[in-house]
Design a protein around this ligand. Sequence first.
Ligand code: ARG
Length: 563
Amino acid sequence: MDHKTALANALAALTGMEADALRDWMETPPDPEMGDYAFPCFRLAKTMRKAPPAIAAELQASLALPEGISEARAVGGYLNFFADKSAYAVSVLGKVLSAGESYGSSHEGAGKNVCVEFSSINIAKPFHIGHLPSTAIGSSLYRIYNTLGYNAIAINHLGDWGTQFGKMIVAYKKWGEKPVNECTVRELVKLYVRFHQEAEQHPELDDEARFWFKKIESGDPEAVGLWQQFKDLTLAEVGQVYDRLGVHFDSYAGESFYEDKMGAVIDDLRAKGLLTVDKGATMVDLSEYDMPPCIILRSDGATLYATRDLAAAIYRKKHYDFVKSLYVVAYQQNLHFKQFFKVLELMGNTWVKDCEHVNFGMVSMEEGTLSTRHGNVVYLEDVLNAAVEKTGEIIAEKSSDLEDRDAVAAAVGVGAVIWGVLYNSRIKDTTFSWSKVLNFDGETGPYAQYTHARCCSVLRKAEGYDADNMDASCLTDAASAALIKAIDAFPGAIKLAAEKNEPYIVARAAMDVCTAYNKFYFDNKIMVEDPKVRNARLALTDAARIVIKKGLYLVGLEAPERM
Ligand code: ARG
């Protein structure tokens, strides 16, 4: 039983009040010197008919202290409690060391499916830095839900359908110089850009593009063959970036996958009387909800992005019977999600309450905002390469004798980039700066990885320790106690991160352990003569190592043992 529950039970026994309510009222004093928990006695003023300071004094005198609490002290209207620090240290270390890597994991989600759609890149388009937040946040949520026992399903809703593929075919047939499978995505992008430039002078190109997209839709072998090749080529290239990022998908069912599933949705919308026709286009009127209409079919009968999203949502519910369905997509698409969620609701799909648009802010590079249209696209691959190269230089300087330097540079460089977008709440816009993300002393990925390597190095040099022979009373100094608290708080952070779909909560909890560990490391000599003290400090180091490694994993970083 945790301390707060034990204290609430003791207070309940004395006052006759509900233990649950008493537990909820328990606070944490602003300064650890004042105690570990505080009960605000004004909560009992009505029932006990006394002033809060008098209640605090009375409770202090008569309360039977539960195990693990060493002192109760009345201070004004509060009754403050002090935990028995060595007992607390023993219990936290016991929990972490016996659980090992599974510390913080749980079974709360057992048997429940959670769809996590993220990254959702577009075929024959750049995989650019704007896709980084979705990719990093989604992949982290995927790991977090799985760790809590859910069966998470990682979905890449590929942008692989629409008239742009007609344009790609026209451009390739006119100006392509080699077989598709020998092209790079960058070359395809160039062809696409050229199409737009030429179409300004020659609008008939657009008619040709429509014609070729129609051919894809009707299953013409040449058209479908080219489209498939564009897709294969793009997936092979992005696959390499996903591997570097440690990102995995269970499904690549993209927009094209829903081509044969939209008819039923449109029929259903019509049967429910939700469709109206305006200037030839078919739509769901949403004016009652202060939103523009959700267009379902264009005047030429073509389906739209939203039509495919409706079909995808319904398919996911049928196929996965999710308890939650998340869409990790930039806030620029807020309106789109509001609209199509509303349409799902109007259709009578009550499960739409379990769908959530997990939105996020923009990433820009220091020089300025990124945009595909102005040709200054920053490819994610280039950012990763630069990060790894710069990290390699720093490591060469810091630890010139490190074996495996390339592997470490890759883990730290890529990790720095991921951490850079995951360390703040999602909706904040991020400006990407090398000096910020690669700072080995700031609250960065490299710093967290470095602290992990430090723990490993301490344990390696000690060549083992005996956790059954330790004196936990040496873990009661401020630095050790703060570290133990940070370690104890970690499982709660994982749960909270899932509730709010905010990976930064895990990143910050892991960072709290890192800063606390480094303070502990500088305040306390670990390899002392007394084996009981040495064992206690090594056990604490091991517990910190376990938590930091898990935290790094959950946000998507590797944890090298040497740096
Ligand atoms: N491919 C789209 C884009 O790059 C993102 C897809 C988002 N997901 C969705 N279900 N609409 O803008």
